[in-house]
Design a binder for this molecule. Structure first.
Ligand SMILES: NC(=O)c1ccc[n+]([C@@H]2O[C@H](COP(=O)([O-])OP(=O)(O)OC[C@H]3O[C@@H](n4cnc5c(N)ncnc54)[C@H](O)[C@@H]3O)[C@@H](O)[C@H]2O)c1
Length: 348
């Protein structure tokens, strides 16, 4: 690649590159959290583009830099249009741009919905691995049966291999059925059961993942959960502030997650402080905070989703693509220097 070339990776290129790479993906996500927790990153707040009279659709920009052994900068631009499902398309679509940290030049443009789903799921699976302590999490409960929870099952099979049963619940029964069929492709030893009510999930699971498209809290009572239950609150807006305030809260980044009307943000608005957030996953991974909150409370991991994770997986995809000669190259993207461009004279 020349300094003014750009590598273009399509969605199916990324799918090929990430085939059987779960271990490398988990390692890259873990490393990004650890580097971010030491401060060797730059992570401006993500910007939300919304539309008048529509609180459902959005496009988010996530610019970032991550240092250490990853050392890359860039931006993810991700759209969420939940109505796409009814049109037979995915809810999310995304593009990631990587920039050289030597020249600032764009070095890669890649489809990023797969990267986004995998970094989110790897992060949730690492959260469960860290928080479970000596617990054997044999029953996993899932609320919402889209791509994100599917990828979460994939990565939990690596970090919590003791899972035997997966209980799933979705407002849309057809999606739950589709999900069950798809999960059989991941493992034929898993028992996948569809629950007709979310309460069954709370009663029977030791690990629960929320990946719904709820925009406002719809769960205000978790008294059916046993103590020590671990909740991966990936969709961020399902749980009432009261539940958050009574739990052991672990987040990915305190400033980021306390925004955009997440349940953590609503809890902060209610009490006027952030004292109810115990620590971050990065600090746990770096040994700067204990994994166990020590009070036998329900543990809730709320990951806002950090641009540094997209960069970490984007860089992994970039390196693999160069090694394997996958993707298309846009050559000579940059213009000739302004000093060397021919001028035709000013016309008035
Ligand atoms: N925190 C992060 O880093 C991060 C990253 C990516 C996606 N997400 C979030 O994860 C969520 C899921 O993403 P996806 O791609 O799987 O979406 P999806 O649209 O494919 O699936 C969501 C499913 O949730 C179901 N659902 C909606 N409300 C529900 C409810 N109240 N109870 C039960 N089921 C319900 C829908 O029927 C649908 O099947 C989205 O909200 C997305 O914004 C978070």
């Amino acid at each position: 690649m020349n300094y003014d070339d750009i590598l273009l990776l399509k969605g199916n290129d990324i799918a090929t590159l990430f085939q059987d790479r779960d271990r490398e993906i988990l390692a890259a996500v873990k490393l990004a959290y650890q580097i971010h927790a030491t401060g060797d990153s730059c992570l401006p707040h993500s910007s939300f583009v919304r539309f008048p009279d529509n609180d459902r659709d959005r496009i988010i920009a996530l610019p970032a830099y991550i240092g250490g052994d990853i050392d890359t900068a860039g931006i993810k631009w991700i759209a969420s249009f939940p109505g796409n499902l009814k049109l037979g398309m995915e809810r999310a679509s995304a593009t990631l741009m990587l920039n050289s940290t030597q020249t600032g030049h764009t070095k890669a443009i890649m489809e990023s919905s797969i990267i986004s789903a995998k970094r989110t799921a790897a992060s949730a699976a690492i959260g469960a691995e860290q928080l479970k302590g000596s617990q054997k999490l044999t029953t996993l409960g899932l609320i919402g049966t889209g791509l994100i929870n599917f990828e979460i099952v994939r990565f939990l099979l690596s970090t919590c291999p003791e899972i035997e049963t997966v209980l799933v619940y979705d407002l849309d029964r057809d999606r739950a059925e589709q999900f069950r069929q798809k999960c059989h492709q991941l493992s034929d030893r898993l028992k996948i059961k569809i629950a007709t009510e979310s309460s069954t999930i709370f009663q029977e699971s030791s690990l629960i993942s929320f990946a719904t498209t709820a925009t406002k809290p719809h769960i205000s009572d978790l008294s059916q959960c046993r103590s020590g239950t671990i909740i991966l609150h990936v969709s961020l807006r399902d749980l009432s502030p009261e539940i958050i305030l009574s739990a052991d809260n672990i987040v990915d980044d305190v400033d980021h997650v306390t925004r955009a009307q997440t349940s953590i943000h609503l809890a902060e608005q209610q009490v006027g402080n952030r004292d109810f957030i115990r620590t971050t996953l990065g600090d746990i991974l770096n040994g700067a905070a204990p994994a166990d909150g020590g009070e036998n409370k329900i543990a809730i991991f709320s990951p806002f989703g950090l641009g540094v994770l997209d960069l970490a997986l984007g860089e992994l995809a970039y390196k693999l693509a160069i090694e394997q000669n996958i993707g298309d190259t846009i050559t000579s993207f940059l213009p000739t220097s302004w000093l060397e461009r021919s001028e035709s004279g000013v016309s008035i």
